[in-house]
Design a protein around this ligand. Structure first.
Ligand code: GLU
Length: 468
């Protein structure tokens, strides 16, 4: 296939959600598979809801994922003159008309439709009228949708689609504030940007016949349509911008890395034989015909599984960089030198499902430990004191290797047989790391090194057990 052009066209009215990311990924893949172009178009004609931070966020996320776009990004807000020009021409050529109906009248018509059990639709009152209003009267511009016949198109996933024109409205293409509307701008832009394949969510299927009618009346080429099935959250509910599982930002905060998110979305709702796929391999494997028509259900366990896989299989350097950007993002101080923590990383990476967990484990090795006061005060008693003192004494004299540390724990268990074995581990773990749960404590002791183990425990004794 030649000259494939796809586009990602988000509206900067909120943070991107996971469905947007899948659309961006598939659009990118489709273009790249055929050596085509992937265009980024910012649909920012809603000046009330637009926000620069959401625009910046779109760039940030696409770059973070490695989904680079071709050419400079397009902004609809910078193309208002073009849209206006075309609308004026449509008015001249009788393809559109000014509608002066008041909001009250429109609401009245709407209510009549609802009472009759019909889909609300404008009654075309202004469609064939010659008005002589003074210039100040407020109006919208409506498209003269064909009254009879059908709109047909062949969606590459949903196959044959057919809509009767009778069910379609004379849609507004220019609001009363003079700004063009979504359906109109998309049609003009897809044409001027030579988009060959429109890939977007199935929530836009109902817009497609409206857009096709506009395209026909403007004598443009009709692009191919690929509507992607809806994504449902873990509870099989529709994703909304407000819900946790939809917002991509929550995935970043959780410490998911781009490789796992891309891999997850690549396979979401597709027939695929490749459980593990890197972005550079995806374009060859990507096949529109493998996308299932049924809704896709998010599976967070699978996403964690992939995240763990990549955290363990990417180079230390890459993970180290991801970790530092993650920390920067959270306003934490970064790790300066990978060599200093590479031994620790080799132990901790196989145990981490996310950058969050990785970071949490790494805090064990930071200089200052914070103890949860509620737990701490329950542990200040003679038994714990005896255990800690005994432990310190032994650490001072044993050979400091994993074998001896494990034996030391067995020794403690026998010596303090009146104390629950689990509690013994818990006391040592808590005072050494400040945490209730850690990977194997004997390994951690080795990684902490003798000097730090002694320093931490002696500090604890001095600070919290001075009365014993
Ligand atoms: N701006 C639209 C959205 O964010 C994109 C519509 C389209 O792809 O045609 O849903």
């Amino acid at each position: 296939m030649n000259n494939i052009i796809t586009r990602f066209a988000p509206s900067p009215t909120g943070y991107l959600h996971i469905g947007n990311i899948r659309i961006a990924l598939y659009s990118w893949l489709y273009a790249k598979k055929y050596n085509g172009k992937f265009i980024l178009r910012i649909e920012d004609t809603n000046f009330v809801k637009n926000n620069q931070k959401y625009i910046d966020y779109i760039f940030y996320i696409l770059e973070w994922l490695g989904l680079y776009w071709d050419d400079s990004p397009f902004y609809q807000s910078k193309r208002i003159f073009l849209y206006k020009d075309i609308i004026d021409n449509m008015l001249k050529n009788n393809l559109a008309y000014k509608c002066f109906c008041s909001l009250d009248r429109l609401n009245y018509i709407k209510n009549i439709c609802i009472k009759k059990g019909l889909k609300p639709k404008y009654d075309r009152y202004c469609r064939n009228k010659e008005f002589n209003f003074n210039k100040k009267s407020s109006y919208v511009v409506r498209f003269k949708n064909p009254i009879f016949g059908f709109v047909k198109f062949n969606d590459l996933i949903y196959k044959k689609m057919i809509f009767s024109n009778e069910s379609l409205d004379d849609i507004i293409i220019q609001r009363s504030n003079g700004l063009p509307t979504y359906n109109f701008c998309v049609v003009v832009d897809d044409y001027y940007m030579s988009v060959t394949h429109v890939i977007r969510g199935e929530d836009h299927i109902s817009n497609t016949p409206k857009q096709i009618n506009l395209i026909k009346s403007l004598n443009y080429n009709i692009p191919n349509y690929i509507h992607l099935p809806i994504i449902l959250d873990f509870n099989r509910k529709k994703l909304s911008k407000r819900n946790f599982s939809s917002n991509i930002q929550n995935y970043i905060n959780e410490g998911f890395i781009p490789e796992s998110i891309l891999n997850y979305l690549f396979n979401l709702g597709c027939f695929s034989n490749n459980e593990i796929v890197y972005l550079h391999e995806m374009k060859n494997l990507f096949n529109i015909h493998n996308i299932k028509r049924s809704p896709c259900i998010l599976n967070i366990k699978k996403l964690y599984w992939l995240n763990k896989y990549y955290i363990n299989n990417l180079s230390y350097k890459k993970i180290f960089n991801y970790l530092n950007s993650f920390l920067l993002y959270k306003n934490f101080s970064i790790f300066k030198n990978i060599e200093n923590i590479s031994e620790i990383l080799s132990f901790i990476l196989p145990r981490s499902n996310s950058l969050n967990e990785l970071f949490d484990f790494l805090t064990i090795f930071k200089k200052k430990i914070k103890y949860d006061k509620k737990i701490l005060y329950k542990l200040i008693n003679k038994n714990v004191y005896d255990i800690l003192i005994f432990f310190i004494k032994k650490i001072n004299i044993i050979v400091f290797d994993i074998f001896s540390i494990k034996n030391l724990f067995f020794y403690l268990i026998i010596k303090f047989n009146y104390i629950n074995k689990k509690d013994i581990y818990f006391y040592i773990r808590f005072f050494l790391t400040g945490k209730n749960i850690t990977p194997n404590i004997s390994n951690i002791i080795i990684l902490l090194k003798k000097k730090n183990v002694l320093f931490r425990l002696n500090f604890v004794i001095k600070k919290f057990f001075k009365n014993f």
